[in-house]
Design a binder for this molecule. Structure first.
Ligand code: AMP
Length: 581
């Protein structure tokens, strides 16, 4: 059978994948497999694609094309140096590069591909994608929707009917889709989003903050200097990525200008909290789209079986938190969010080649690792609140840091407990380490301690605690964080953890994260909601939408302890039910 590759032709980055020994794999070319979707012409008049083209974008904007995907399906001419091209011709250069890297990796010619496209792509846009493939010498066997590919990457083997929400936030676009997967067939139920929202906007927010700081504090104007601004943009993106794993990021850029013959250097510390505040409005907008996608599919959050994160920007921890707040369950990101769509396209390609049982190989942590701190559990103060640092199902290796604060002036030491488990109170989880960290004398209340966990594929958990002000630190290693017990202890612990997690069986680990949210719903309201839910199918059009909205509002009101509001809303819902009856 002739080989068929799966291709994610993205706005910011593109990848190619193939089934090798039953598993979907990204094909790499001495890199991480991520090809920037950039095309350019270099000084010698040669076409360049990928990182090389992206690197020249600032110094040679007239010879470089970025984000061509936005123009697919239009007949807008794109100028590069002295020539002009159609969008599908520029995309063809990217596809040619991917085809070549696939041929190199697999050692055989490739002439067939499955290419992904956003669910909202029109016929004209899909046609242009197909043409791009043809120009590149690829027979496009099929174009599949990006959310469909993501769902296949996670669920190709599942036989149960599932409704999956795919939250896809990349460099320049945001899409949210709800798909139904039934016996391996994926149907898109709704899809919405924002064509101009993504990681680039977050970088720009940091750049604006840096430019303001440079202008005010260093008395240097940089906004009209493209090269300095490009350096700030690169530094901003790097800092943004660091903040996904650490509570602080230091931005250091030397020689950003001169003032009275003196070199000016930039040194600025950005905290994750600050960054989250900067992008709060944008993230709220994405959550509005999530609500819209649910409304369009006439579904309540509780009807979603799984949430999948796609796109590099979903590594920002606040996004998982917001989705967990709305759905009461953790989203899945164990398949690399940058690669998930290409891997799903390869699984579909495998099916076209007659390979049935294909999947994605995963190296993930089976348990959550965290520490104990003062906080709240279920709204009540708790001296031993469990603070997860590395969540269950996180892809390995991984490193995560979190900031903690001292309680009073001249605190002499902190006790660092390392726990494994899923319960909100650390006492209910398993303690696998305890360390005392002596602090500097006379440190004030609220002094910051940064705790860093680094977990590798072999279960070696490295722990580092740093007193931020002084830089003093302690290190510890737990040699086998997955099995620090004897076989019997391991068996007992797993049983206990799984029981605490409310899990059916050890073998069912993949599905276990999909615990349904617990609600403290008063019985009369729960009964009314169940009745309304059973009548949803008999309602049509506007009534159904109105019912779904009211039911969601009632649940939100109860979750916020506004039971009186919930009862008021219930009256409206009962009116519709009465009318339906
Ligand atoms: P994509 O379009 O899916 O390839 O995503 C690219 C975007 O993801 C860019 O804006 C990156 O800066 C962003 N990104 C990649 N890694 C991270 C990270 N660790 N934290 C936050 N954003 C990231």
């Amino acid at each position: 059978m002739e080989p068929i590759v799966g291709i994610d032709l993205g706005t910011t980055n593109s990848e190619v994948a193939f089934i090798i020994d039953g598993n979907a794999e990204i094909l790499k070319d001495r890199d991480d497999g991520i090809l920037p979707s950039c095309v350019g012409i270099d000084d010698d008049g040669k076409i360049i694609v990928g990182a090389e083209a992206r690197n020249q974008a600032v110094i040679a904007p007239d010879s470089t094309v970025l984000s061509v995907k936005r123009l697919m399906g239009t007949d807008q001419k794109i100028h590069m140096k002295d020539s002009s091209y159609l969008p599908q011709e520029i995309s063809a250069f990217i596809l040619k590069e991917l085809k070549e890297r696939a041929e190199k990796a697999l050692g055989k010619p490739i002439s067939k591909a499955i290419i992904t496209a956003p669910a909202y792509f029109t016929d004209a846009q899909r046609h242009a994608t197909r043409e791009a493939g043809e120009i590149a010498g690829l027979n496009v066997v099929r174009i599949i929707n990006e959310p469909t590919a993501a769902a296949l990457a996670y669920e190709s083997a599942s036989s149960e009917t599932q409704r999956i929400l795919i939250y896809d936030l990349g460099g320049g676009t945001f899409d949210v889709s709800i798909v139904k997967i039934e016996e391996g067939v994926v149907e898109v139920l709704s899809s919405t989003g924002d064509n101009h929202l993504g990681g680039d906007d977050f970088d720009q927010k940091i750049v604006a903050r840096l430019a303001e700081y440079v202008e005010k504090e260093l008395k240097l104007s940089v906004t009209k200097q493209p090269l300095v601004m490009a350096r700030l943009k690169r530094a901003a993106e790097k800092a943004k990525m660091t903040l996904s794993g650490s509570p602080y990021s230091k931005i250091e850029e030397d020689h950003i200008g001169k003032k009275t013959w003196k070199d000016i250097h930039l040194s600025y510390e950005l905290s994750r909290l600050d960054f989250e505040e900067m992008i709060e409005d944008e993230l709220e907008r994405t959550m509005d789209s999530v609500s819209k996608a649910l409304r369009d599919a006439s579904l309540l959050p509780s009807a979603i079986n799984k949430i999948i994160l796609v796109g590099g920007s979903t590594r920002i921890p606040r996004i998982s938190e917001m989705l967990e707040e709305k759905f009461g369950r953790l989203p899945h990101s164990e398949i690399d969010p940058d690669l998930c769509v290409a891997l799903g396209a390869a699984i579909q390609a495998g099916r076209e080649m007659g390979l049935d049982s294909t999947s994605v190989l995963l190296d993930i942590t089976p348990y959550t690792f965290g520490t104990s701190a003062i906080g709240e559990v279920d709204g009540a103060p708790c001296m031993t609140r469990f603070v997860p640092l590395i969540r269950r199902n996180t892809k390995l290796p991984t490193a995560k840091s979190e900031a903690f604060y001292t309680l009073y002036d001249s605190q002499e030491a902190v006790e660092i407990k390392v726990c494994q488990g899923e319960k909100p109170d650390a006492l209910d989880n398993i303690r696998i380490g305890k360390y005392k960290f002596k602090l500097s004398p006379r440190s004030p209340e609220g002094s910051v301690i940064v705790l860093n966990f680094d977990l590798d594929l072999n279960g070696i958990l490295k722990i580092e605690a740093i007193e931020k002000a002084s830089g003093r630190k302690i290190n510890a290693v737990i040699e086998n964080a997955f099995s620090t017990f004897t076989d019997q202890e391991m068996f007992d612990s797993k049983k206990r953890i799984n029981a605490l997690w409310g899990e059916k069986a050890e073998s069912d680990e993949g599905a276990a994260a999909d615990e349904t949210p617990k609600e403290t719903m008063p019985p009369d309201l729960a009964e009314a909601l169940a009745k309304a839910e059973s009548q949803l199918d008999s309602a049509s059009g506007e009534d159904r939408d109105e019912m779904v909205n009211l039911m969601e509002d009632i649940r939100d009101a109860v979750a916020d302890s506004r039971v009186d509001d919930a009862r008021e809303l219930l009256k409206e819902l009962e009116e519709i039910l009465f009318y339906l009856g």
